[in-house]
Design a protein around this ligand. Sequence first.
Ligand SMILES: [Zn+2]
Length: 216
Amino acid sequence: MMMDEKDLQKFWSKVDKSAGDEGCWNWTAAKSRGYGRFVNQRKPKLCHRITYSLMVGDPSGKFVCHKCDNPACVNPKHLFLGSQSDNMADMAKKGRRKGKLIGEKHPLALVSDEVALEIKKATLSGDAARKIANQFGVSINTVTNIRRGKSYPHLPDFGYKPRIKPVSRFSEADKLNMVRLRATGKAYTEIAKLYGCSGWYAGVLVSKYNQKSVNE
Ligand SMILES: [Zn+2]
């Protein structure tokens, strides 16, 4: 990790050490899912990983876990290095998994947590899901699910905000409006543009809606 004097000064100015050497050192600036986040060399980094590498050693390829169960804490005395399974066991112990199988432990998981994290980071570059999917050899669906936190929700999201409304969230009113637009002769591609989905999906929604009304 490359941090110059200025970066270091900026970094430490955002750490609250008022609890003392043995207490939690809370990150006071930007967070992702509770974990402190710091942009260094234009790349978002997790703050507890930064302090671990500055004061203990390079954690690359390993998870840095919290003994104190406070994700915003960056005190290296409260951190330990673990494998993915340690991290999962640790989370399970602390009840953070809520009985759900998440991440690579999920039977349908296609990628490791490490890769999912890389995919999450890649979304920050603004690259299209298709490009990232090609890069990692996964489907576009896998990329969008990871981006939106539908899968691998335990990994930090680095502040990603979806630009378009997820298609599953269309209300009945939206669907009805799509049906009406279609009835007035609007092309599916035009309707799709209004709703930020694909023309194909607009077509599916409209025909499903029509089918439902026929059956009722
Ligand atoms: Zn702590």
